[in-house]
Design a binder for this molecule. Structure first.
Ligand code: AP5
Length: 226
């Protein structure tokens, strides 16, 4: 059972590495006018900027582990004070531990908000390595692509901004991918039960093609975004 429509909405995309959280969050952002908040992107920015938090997170991310709750929560809280988040947010890659989920509940309660919907994206472990190993993004706008599953309409040119430079993530290799998947099963998958108990969980088959998954996700989000 999904909560009644409320604005601003707080949506969570829950799923293992390569489930398609980022791909779908960007599409939902455009369709519903919500703001995607990816803790992975925020941490990568902190690493690139060489901040204290970024320097602490770097080696953990390279090993495929989870960055400490303290660092992640500080970065997220900071971003959630930005005015654009008042329209509603899609949390991509957060929460990832029981501690983060409880801290999020407390943070939202302090402003009279709550989590409106959690979409659990189900994918088979076996497909995850192929998905992350083939991933690349536009260096200018961040649009995501895949060597096999999502190529630009014109080879070497970003569909969204026309950029011609692309990059790959340092942690998108088979060894780190295994560690990321193990961290997901040990610390993040239990949140499915946590949110099911709160009556806000929906499950989507994320093994389908990108367009089909997008259709299922949009139908789900429409039920909670006024
Ligand atoms: P993060 O950046 O969040 O990475 P992740 O969870 O491992 O997720 P990914 O970005 O790999 O996958 P995705 O589900 O977004 O898939 P995508 O849409 O790109 O985190 C990185 C690291 O930061 C973590 O390991 C951790 O160290 C740290 N971190 C982040 N948040 C944290 C937190 N809250 N707490 C602690 N540490 C944290 O799709 C993947 C590819 O598949 C793309 O190429 C795409 O085109 C393709 N694709 C997408 N959907 C489909 C489909 N349906 N069919 C075929 N291909 C598809």
């Amino acid at each position: 059972m999904i909560a009644m429509p409320i604005t601003p909405a707080v949506l969570i995309l829950l799923g293992p590495p390569g489930a398609g959280k980022g791909t779908q969050a960007r599409m939902l952002e455009e369709t519903f006018g919500l703001v995607q908040l990816s803790t992975g992107d925020l941490l990568r920015s902190a690493v690139a900027a060489g901040t204290e938090a970024g320097n602490k997170a770097k080696s953990v991310m390279e090993a495929g582990g989870l960055v400490s709750d303290d660092i992640v929560l500080a970065i997220l809280k900071d971003r959630m004070t930005d005015p654009d988040t008042k329209r509603g947010v899609i949390l991509d890659g957060f929460p990832r531990t029981a501690g983060q989920a409880e801290a999020l509940d407390g943070l939202l309660a302090s402003t009279g908000q709550r989590v409106n919907s959690v979409i659990s994206m189900k994918v088979e472990d076996a497909s995850m390595v192929a998905r992350v190993a083939g991933r690349y993004t536009c260096a200018s706008c961040g649009e995501g692509y895949h060597d096999e599953f999502k190529q630009p309409a014109s080879a070497g040119v970003c569909d969204k901004c026309g950029g011609a430079e692309f990059k790959r993530r340092a942690d998108d290799n088979a060894e780190t991918a295994g560690a990321r998947l193990a961290a997901y099963h040990a610390q993040t998958a239990p949140l499915i039960t946590y949110y099911k108990g709160r009556g806000v969980l929906e499950q989507v088959d994320a093994m389908a093609d990108i367009a089909s998954v997008a259709g299922a996700m949009s139908a789900s989000v429409k039920r909670v975004v006024a």
